[in-house]
Design a protein around this ligand. Structure first.
Ligand SMILES: [Zn+2]
Length: 269
């Protein structure tokens, strides 16, 4: 408890442990430094608005939403519109998605953590949480919330899911809540998550499916969401295939409206 977490990061490119310097982490093998701003290491080294990657460019709007993200101005509206009115509240979603993770001890990775909406709720003296996100605004808000709430065991870093700054088989659990549908290649993202997980470690996800409620029940809305916003709306057999291809087993889905929560285990335990 109380460690900065900085000693834990590896180079996102070559995965060697990074050396701590003044306001930066360094990889001598790659001859690359990663600046630390406001306590947040930047493993992305890219401005979202200038990125060549359309997925990252799209994320630039997210920066400005950090302050309203956990208020009634954002999450409840998204859940009602996409998931279907009355499908799940944010509180229920957090309870469901973090339930199994709160039964284990060790290290937890919160993928696309935002301000730590899920990770903050599982951080404890026996569970060290590392949150990664591409949005500086969200990460800063996460640091502010954890300071205000007195949560000492959650760390934030700027990184993307396809290049995680952690060594192999290091985490006991991974949370991926509200983002899996936004990654360009679902299997590539899942494979990188599997890489950093111990065999048998649990993956807990909240995403969307083509359910019976909300606007996502309409095929044309789903097709438009993919075309215009890069948002994948998963069918259950499709998700099970992706998980198997990435090295996961024991897919346990739960669908409310068009909201899909599921857990899976990394194979090989
Ligand atoms: Zn390196």
């Amino acid at each position: 408890m109380g460690s900065s977490g900085l000693e834990s990061y590896t180079c996102p490119a070559c995965k060697r442990v990074l050396i701590q310097g003044t306001d930066m982490l360094r990889c001598d093998a790659c001859n690359q430094t990663y600046p630390i701003q406001e306590g947040i290491p930047d493993c992305l080294l890219e401005e979202l608005s200038e990125s060549k990657d359309p997925v990252l460019r799209r994320m630039r709007a997210i920066d400005k939403m950090a302050r309203i993200y956990e208020t009634k101005l954002w999450y409840p509206i998204v859940l009602a519109v996409y998931g279907g009115f009355g499908s799940r509240t944010l509180a229920q979603l957090i309870e469901k998605a973090t339930g199994k993770v709160r039964s284990i001890e060790g290290r937890v990775l919160d993928i696309a953590c935002g301000p730590g909406t899920y990770g903050r709720r599982v951080a404890s003296p026996s569970r060290e949480v590392f949150g990664i996100d591409v949005s500086r605004g969200m990460l800063r808000q996460g640091v502010a919330y954890t300071a205000k709430e007195g949560i000492g065991n959650m760390h934030f870093a700027r990184a993307r899911v396809e290049a995680l700054p952690f060594e192999n088989e290091w985490f006991d659990a991974v949370l991926c809540c509200g983002s899996l549908h936004l990654f360009a290649d679902t299997v590539v993202a899942l494979r990188e998550m599997a890489r950093v997980m111990k065999p048998g470690a649990i993956l807990s996800v909240f995403t969307f499916t083509a359910g019976r409620k909300g606007i996502l029940k309409y095929r044309r809305v789903r097709e438009g969401s993919l075309r215009k916003h890069g948002m994948h709306v998963f069918e259950l057999p499709e998700m099970e295939r992706y998980l198997a291809a990435a090295g996961f087993e024991r897919f346990e889905p739960d669908v409310r409206g068009s909201i899909l929560t599921f857990s899976a285990r990394k194979s090989g335990a």
